[in-house]
Design a protein around this ligand. Sequence first.
Ligand SMILES: [Zn+2]
Length: 1002
Amino acid sequence: MESFDSESAPLPRNMIENSMFEEEPDVVDLAKEFPSYPIDSDDVVYEPRSSRLLVRGLGENDLDEDEEDYESSARLLGMSFMNRNSSQRSAASSYIRQQPSGWCSMPSAWTMVVGVLILVLVASMIMVIYFLPGCTFTRDGCKKTMDTVYPVSTSGELFPWTELRLPVSVHPVHYNISLHPNLTSMTFQGSVSIIVQVLQVTKKIVLHSSDMKIISATFEGKEVKILEYKPWQQIAIKFPDDLKKGQYVLNINYTANFSSSYDGFYNSSYVDTTGAKRVLAATQFEPLAARKAFPCFDEPGFKSTFLIKITREPKYISLSNMPKAKTSNLSNGLQEDEFEKSVNMSTYLVAFIVAEFSSVSKNVSKTMVSVYAVPDKKDQVHYALETAGKLLDFYNTFFEIDYPLSKLDLVAIPDFLAGAMENWGLITFRETTLLVGNHSSHIDKQLVTCVIAHELAHQWFGNLVTMRWWNDLWLNEGFATYMQYTSIETVFPELDIDTEFLSIRFRALAKDALNSSHPVSTVVSTPEQVEEMFDSVSYEKGASILLMLNGTLTGEEFRKGVIEYLQKYTFRNTESEDLWNSLSQIMNTWTVQKGFPLVSVKRNGTQVTLTQEHFHLNSENTKDSSLWHIPLTYVNDSCSALSSCKQVFHLKDKTATLKLPAQVKWLKFNYRSDGFYIVHYDEEGWRVLNEALSVDVNILPREDRAALINNIFALSRLGKVPFRQVLNLMEYIRNETETAPLTEALFQLAQIYRLLDKRSELNLVSRMKSYIFEHFGSLMDSQSWEQENSVSKITLRSALLEIACSLNRHNCTTQAKLIFDQWLASNKTNQIPSDLMTTVFKVAAQTEDGWTTLLDMYKYSNYDTEKRKTLEALASTQDVKKIILILQKSLDGSVIETHEFPFVINTICKNLPGYLYTWYFVKENWDKIIQKFPVGSYAIQSIIMSTTSQFSTKTHLVEAQNFFSSLGDRGSQMRIVQEAIETIKLNMLWLENNLNTLQNWL
Ligand SMILES: [Zn+2]
C-alpha cells in the first residue's frame, strides 16, 4: 500500500536537543528494554526479541516453525531470523510449549473420570478469575489470567479461542466467493465456500468476520452453529467430536452493509460532468478488512486460491484480481461475472470493484495492461498506461521472474483514502496518483510514476513473496519503496528521483531520532498496532537501509540476492543461503534496533578516531548501548566527486581507528548520504569542510552538500553543535545552485520559522524572514514563471516561490496576482505552469473574490491534481470563518471529499490563524473522525501530528496530554500519541535553549 502523504514535504518534526523529561511509558515499543548484544560473534545466536515475544503469544500458533509451510519473510530473507540454528529453535519451541494450552480446554470426559470435585474446583477457579476486577476482554486482553478463560460469544456461549491470532491447526486451501452488491440499497449479499485443510486434530474452526449478519452455515453439507466474538472480529464452529486431518468444506451465507469507512467493501460516489450522482463499490482490504467483505482466515500467512463471482446490473462492469472467465444472464435481469481461479495469495490482496468505468489497454509482453477511470476522465489515463508498461518491462527483466498473471488493471477510484493499493492484478489508486491531464507538470508525473512503480514492485515484493505477519511489513514496504526509486532512476532518469529519495531519507532520520520510534521489525498484535506499522519507519527507513546495503556490495550482488530470494520463496527451491547469510550480518543491527547511529569523527594527522552512539534527541537515554554494524563510507579532498573515490570502513564497535595512507585536507563521511546515519566532525573537521565549500561548492556532490546541511541542523537539535555553527555553514548557501541542498536548507529554516510564528515571537519571526530573504532572496527573484521542463528546476522554484509568497515577498505576490488575473481574463485558457499553480492560487485565495472563484473551480474541476492544488489554496486562507467551513465540509464529505480531510488539516495548521482552531475541531469531533479513519491509520497519524507538532508551551503540552489520555481505547495507546507528546516537549526545550542564540545571531 502507498500511504498518501499530505504534502510533498512531510510533517514538521521536532526540533531539539537534550530533554529533561521522563521517558513516557511505552506500551507498543518493547524495543526499549532491548538488551545490548555482541555483534559479529558467531557463537552468539541472536533472535529478535520482538519475534520471540510474538511467538509466545500465539497459543496454538506455537507450532514448530518447521511445520509451517508458509513464508516468514524475515526468516526467509535471511535477515532478522537468519542466525537461528536448529538447537536454538528447538529450545525456543520448548519454551513456548510451556504455555499450558491443554489447561484451557473445555471440561472433557477425562475431567469427569478424575472426579466431580476437580471439575467443581476448576469451574470455580475459572469463575473467580473471570470476575476478577479489571479482567475484561478488551483487545489488549487480560494478561496471564486471560489465557485460561474463554470469552463469551454474542450468543452467550463460550467462544472456543482466546488469542488474537488464529489457530494454525486449520488452513484455508480455496475460497469460492459469490457476491451480490446492491448499489441502490447499499447492502450486499454473499456466500462463501471455503475448502479447509485440517492439519492437526481439533474440535474447532476459528476464522475472521466483521460487521456482517450470518444467515446460515453448513460444514460438509450439515448445518452448523456459528459463534461470534465481536471484539476480536472472530467467528468459530465447535464440533462435538475431533475433526481428523483432511479436507472439508465450510459454507457461509451472509448479508452486510457497505462499509462507511474507507476499508472493507465500501461504496463511493461522485458527481459526473452532467451533475448526476454516480455510485460505485470498491474494496480496500489491507491490512485487516477482507473480513468485512467475506468470512475468511484474514492473516497474510494463510495463502489460498480464490474464485470470485459477482452479480451486477448490466450497466455496471465488475473487476477482480483475475481475468473474467465468463458472464451469465440471470433470470432477474441481472448478470453474473465469474473470474478465473486466482494464484495462491493472501486475503489482504483480494479485490473487486463494481462501477461504470472506461478503460484503455495494451499488451506488455504476456500481460494485458489496462487503466480504468470514470468515463469523464478517460482522456487522463494514457500517461499511466505508458508508464505502467515501461515499468512492467523493467521489473520482468530486473527480477528475472515474469509477472505471473495475464492481466494487470490499474484503477482510479474517485473516493480512496490510501495513495494506492497493490491488490494482485487489480491495483487501485487515488485519482491524483494515477490520472495525468494535459496541464500536469513533471512533478505531477513524478508522483504518478512513483506510485505506479511502488505498486508494481509489490506484485513481486508482497504479492509473490509475502511477510508472514505484519511485524515484518517493512519487507513489503521497504522493498517496494526502494524498488520504486531504483526503477524510476533507470527508466525515467528525467524525473530526478534521486533528489526526492534523498529528502525522504532525511525525513526518515528525523522521525527515527525520536524515542517513540520503533525497530523496523517490531512486535504487533492488536489491530491498531497493525495499522500503525504503515509509517515512515516501514517505508522510508526500510528503503534507506536497503540502499545502504546495496552500496556496500559490488556490481550485481544485490540484484542477484533479491532474485534468489524471490525465486526461492516463490518456487520453494533451496538454493544456497550464503549470500543473504553474509548480508544479514550487516542488516541485523538495522532491523531489530530502533533509531540510528551518530558517528563522531576526530582526526589527528592520518589517524582518525571513529565513535558511534545512538542518535537520540532525548538525552535521558544515556545508558543506551546500542551498536550498529555501519558500512562507513568516506571521501577526501584528493578525490571526492566520483563514485570510484568512495572508500569503506566497517565500524562495528563503539570506537575504532582508521589509519589514512596519506595526509588529507578534509574528510567527508557517508558519501552521498547513502547510509542511514548522521556524522559529526570535531571543530577542525567542520571548519575545513566549511572553508573548502566556501571556495568551491563543487568539491562535493550535491547529495553530500545537502547532507551536511541536514546533519548540522540535526546536531544542533541534539546539542552537539551551537546554533551559531549552523549559521556558519549556511553562509556557503549563497553560492549554492543545486536543488537538493537548497531545498533542504529551506525546509530546515521554514520549520524554525513556523515554530517561532506559532509562539508569536514577532521580533524573531521578522528577523528570520529577513535572514531567509538575505540568503535566498536573489534566487527567489530570479526564478522564471514560464513553463519549465526540468524536474530539478521545477522542484527548486516551487519551493522557493512558495516560501517567498507565503512570507509576502513583494516580487512574488505581485507576479502571482498578475498571473492569476491574466488567467481569469483569458477564461482559463492562458495556462499557469502546473508547478506554480499552488503558489499562484494561494496568493489569490487571500482575497474574498479570489477565494470564492477558487471554491467554484474546486467544485467543477475535472482534473484532480488541479483540484488538489486549489484545495490547498482554499485551506491556506487566513480567514477563520472560511477555515471552519472547509473543516466541516471535508469532514462531512460535502463539496470536499472526506479523504482530503487529513490534507486540509495539514495545510491549515501551517498558518497561524487556523491552527489552534483546528486542534479544537479535532478534539471536538474525535469520535466522528475515527469512524471515518481507523485508529492508528496513516490518516490519523497525520491528523495528530499536523495539529500538535508546532505546540511549544507547557499549557499546550498539558492540554494535549489530557486530551489523548481521555481517549482510552479510542486512541490513547497509539504510538503517534507518544510521538506528539515527545515532539511538543522537544519543541519547548529547543526554544528554551535557543531563543537567546537566535536573538543574538539572526
Ligand atoms: Zn506499499
